[in-house]
Design a protein around this ligand. Structure first.
Ligand code: PMP
Length: 362
């Protein structure tokens, strides 16, 4: 694959093979003469496709039988409210790790639905960069209905690579920006959720993987489309699902299987991240401000030593077909998002460009 390469944090690039297949099938899906968007979600062909997408996701992530896979509305933030409404009563205490900006948003949403949101700990600044407080220092509640964390903070580029061990409450993880990026022990979680627009498919769609024993607990005023139990019962078709997003996500799951599954993705993703961090660390021109132990493998934020050059950098990058590198408006600087769909060659092209830009401007 050649440039352009799209480093957007999300909506992010989809595998080119998936887009080409969707293009080929757009006007007449499975020879039907209509697109997949224009048929009933109850149509047997659609139902079969939907079930296969779920099964492919189950295969890829090795999701145990005692988990529901739900295809939900409302992206990642929809789940910020779905989680407390579904898993905790209004009088409950819930624990949250505040590892960055997205955790903070999740905390603020949870405060609307439960009596006590206890922040157990969070990001700290160290000499080697931004890190997370060690799990031994977390102030866990004795009676938390769940423990929530975001293993990959998309804006901050901060990751918690180990699944917390000391936590006894069901662990809930916002994996919007790292789901499907490497093998995962799903059985260690109560709920895993992700907005789709990074490693799955189109935005506005979300996947929630919910352990059976956490069903049946929703607060009585939970809207039915956000109710895990109702959605599980209706196989995520309580109302009309986002059929187009479901279809495209299914194509992405098939593509992931063809790539060799999550073990293969994990290896490529590690190589991509290493390439980029090695370049940054070997230079005084670029800087990443995260402690090496807590660096994201999906989102690599970096700054130029001379911030005056940011504009030139972004313009020159774009001229080379390296797109979407501007950092989030809350954070500034640059950010390269290197999700599953970003091929190794894209990261090689970025690293080559960064090296040349440095030579020209230092
Ligand atoms: N959580 C994380 C970690 C995210 O990166 C994002 C979006 N970038 C969200 C939640 C929110 O997702 P959405 O915009 O789909 O609501």
């Amino acid at each position: 694959m050649t440039a352009p390469y799209n480093f957007s944090a999300g909506p992010a690039m989809l595998p080119r093979a998936v887009l080409e297949r969707a293009q080929k099938e757009l006007r007449s899906w499975r020879g039907s003469g209509t697109s997949v968007m224009e048929i009933s979600h109850r149509d047997p062909a659609f139902m079969q496709m939907a079930a296969k997408a779920e099964q492919d996701l189950r295969d890829l992530m090795a999701i145990p039988e005692n988990y529901q896979v739900l295809f939900m509305h409302g992206g990642g933030r929809g789940q910020f409210s779905a989680v407390p409404q579904n898993i905790a009563g209004p009088h409950a205490t819930v624990d949250y790790l505040n590892s960055g900006i997205w955790s903070d948003f999740a905390i603020r949403e949870a405060q609307k639905y439960v009596a006590q949101v206890n922040v157990v700990g969070g990001a700290i600044d160290t000499k080697r960069g931004r890190a997370l407080a060690s799990p031994e220092s977390w102030q866990l509640s004795a009676d938390a209905a769940y423990f929530h964390y975001c293993p990959n903070e998309t804006m901050d580029g901060v990751a918690l690579h180990d699944i917390p061990e000391a936590v006894t409450a069901p662990v809930v993880a916002d994996m919007s920006s790292n789901i499907l990026s490497e093998p995962l022990a799903v059985e260690r979680f109560g709920v895993i959720y992700a907005g789709a627009q990074k490693n799955i498919g189109p935005s506005g769609f979300a996947i929630a993987i919910v352990r059976d024993d956490l069903l049946g607990r929703a607060q009585s005023n939970t809207s039915t489309i956000m109710d895990y139990t109702a959605q599980a019962k209706e196989r995520s078709m309580y109302n009309t699902p986002n059929t187009w997003a479901w279809y495209l996500s299914g194509l992405v799951f098939e593509w992931l299987k063809e790539q060799g599954g999550l073990a293969a993705m994990g290896q490529v993703n590690q190589r991509k991240a290493d390439l980029l961090y090695n370049l940054i660390d070997s230079s005084d021109f670029y800087r990443n401000q995260v402690h090496p132990d807590f660096r994201s493998k999906m989102n690599v934020p970096f700054v130029l030593a001379d911030a005056q050059r940011d504009g030139d950098f972004l313009k020159a990058a774009e001229q080379q077909g390296l797109l979407g590198l501007k950092g989030h408006r809350f954070v500034g600087g640059m950010r390269a998002s290197i999700y599953n769909a970003m091929p190794l060659e894209g990261v090689v092209a970025l690293v080559d460009f960064m090296r040349e830009f440095e030579q020209k401007h230092s």
